[in-house]
Design a protein around this ligand. Structure first.
Ligand code: GLU
Length: 490
């Protein structure tokens, strides 16, 4: 059997954490089995579906690196087939026309609830003879086509995550297939599409578990073999509240993570661990490892909790996600990382074309040096700004601590002069020049080292000073040391 899975988002909203994780799990499963990953856009709710949302979902999947093998199919293209399937069920007597008006259904529902039960069908329509039903339809009476849940129905299936599931007819209402205007409803469309697309495994959110009982009956009615099912637990907000755009804002949307400087690989790794684990303590998993180890049966039945911190915008996201992004920033092969940094610097207006040409090597060395402490790509344009621009800020604290010594007024230009003479411009030479001058002046090397750091970056902490000066380059270092004199106390 060739595995065929689908991700079937409705384009009535953006790609959120839950949808992205569903897509990722479908993709991992397909790749593991060398199967087919299909993208189907469920746009049958024409009023609420928009092209922008579809585009946003496609962009989000592309950013996450979840490439699909077939599609995107539009569910709306299959409407004639959905209708045909409903009519075949009607023809076989497995479905019937339900003539009850919405008001009548409402009354029936109330009556059943008062008796402690649930509404299951409109008794009048369900027991109409075929001839009577045809006559009312010919009169132009509006009707919904409903699937007749057999009175002795006992629906069973084994969910890969939630285990054995069973319901009997008394808990399943007759299934609406077509609206009075002939348009198909969700349970019908999804089953007809999954059958014709030969889907073998349905992996989707737990909110659909309840629909599956109905869908199993439709598979049986349409004479199609059942796929396997895996329903994924919810992703909750801290405190186990439901994660929602209204309550939690942008943290719910996948695009936020792109904007916040996440590497797609890091975010993919983070998402995979929301509800699944490889069975050991490993948390950093390459995509190949995830594909190899992924297991539908190892998905945790308990809801996953996404522990982002609300409030402080600098600290708004899950610290684990940021930690993971930091690990990816340091471990990603530098050539793979550079295009991401390039994009970040371009977005911040800090890009210099020379870094793509003659200065490529120095650019790579700079990124490699400063990335050790970063958690987001945005850090390259933020804390990393002095490495890419002459227009950088001086932290008052750093100036106060490292540029307080008045004699630096003489020492900084002297240091500049010594450094200009260093050849070749490498760590050892730079270090010797600084330590040598400190000795001559009779001051601790630390005084010159700290002063040079703040003069050249405006900062108090950062990478090792000698490496830092090397990547900045001789000329820039000399001019920054001279310029910093203006910041010294008189
Ligand atoms: N279109 C449905 C949704 O976005 C998913 C349907 C399914 O996976 O069966 O919730």
């Amino acid at each position: 059997m060739t595995v065929r899975v689908r991700f079937a988002p409705s384009p009535t909203g953006y790609l959120h954490m839950g949808g992205a994780r569903t897509a990722l799990f479908c993709w991992l499963f397909a790749r593991q089995h060398r199967g087919t990953f299909i993208l189907r856009i469920e746009d049958t709710d024409a009023e609420r579906s928009t092209w922008e949302m579809t585009q946003g979902i496609l962009d989000g999947l592309a950013w996450l690196g979840l490439d699909w093998d077939e599609g995107p199919y539009l569910q709306s293209e299959g409407i004639p087939l959905h209708r045909e399937a409903a009519l075949s069920l009607l023809e076989k007597g497995l479905a019937y026309r339900c003539f009850a008006t919405p008001e009548q259904l409402e009354i029936q529902r109330h009556q059943e609830q008062a008796k402690g039960g649930q509404w299951r069908f409109d008794p009048f329509s369900r027991h109409l003879s075929r001839a009577e039903s045809d006559r009312l339809a010919a009169e132009g009476r509006p009707f919904v086509v409903r699937f007749r849940v057999p009175d002795d129905a006992r629906v069973r299936f084994v969910d890969h995550v939630y285990g054995e599931q069973e319901r009997t007819a008394k808990d399943i209402e007759d299934i609406a297939l077509l609206r009075p205007d002939g348009t198909p409803l969700y349970n019908l469309s999804v089953v007809v599409d999954d059958i014709r697309m030969r889907i073998t495994h349905i992996i989707r959110g737990q909110d659909h578990l309840i629909n599956t009982f109905k869908q199993v009956l439709l598979y049986q009615g349409l004479g199609a073999p059942l796929p396997e099912f895996a329903h994924l637990p919810l992703i909750l907000a801290p405190g186990k509240a439901k994660l929602s755009k209204r309550a939690h804002g942008e943290v719910v949307a996948v695009t936020t993570y792109k904007q916040r400087g996440f590497l797609p690989g890091a975010f993919r790794n983070f998402l995979a661990l929301l509800g699944w684990a490889p069975g050991d303590d490993r948390e950093i998993l390459s995509t190949e490892e995830m594909i190899q180890l992924f297991d539908l049966d190892a998905i945790n039945r308990a809801n996953a909790v996404f522990n982002f911190t609300e409030g402080d915008p600098e600290n708004w996201t899950d610290s684990k996600a940021l930690w993971m992004n930091g690990v990816y920033l340091t471990r990603t092969p530098i050539d793979e990382l550079l295009p991401h940094v390039e994009r970040t610097l371009k977005d911040a207006g800090l890009w210099d074309e020379a870094w793509a040409g003659p200065e490529r090597e120095r650019f790579a060395a700079t990124v490699d040096l400063i990335r050790q402490r970063y958690h987001s790509l945005l850090d390259f344009a933020g804390r990393g700004r002095p490495y890419f621009s002459e227009d950088y800020a001086f932290e008052p604290e750093a100036v106060e601590k490292n540029l307080a010594e008045p004699r630096l007024r003489a020492w900084l230009p002297m240091l500049a002069e010594r450094l200009v003479a260093v050849d070749p411009w490498v760590h050892e030479g730079v270090e010797q020049a600084i330590r040598g001058l400190a000795e001559e002046l009779g001051v601790k090397a630390g005084v010159l080292i700290n002063a040079a750091r703040t003069a050249c970056t405006g900062q108090k902490v950062g990478p090792g000073l000698f490496e830092l000066l090397v990547v900045l380059g001789r000329d820039r270092v000399a001019s920054r040391l001279r310029r910093a004199v203006s910041r010294l106390p008189l």
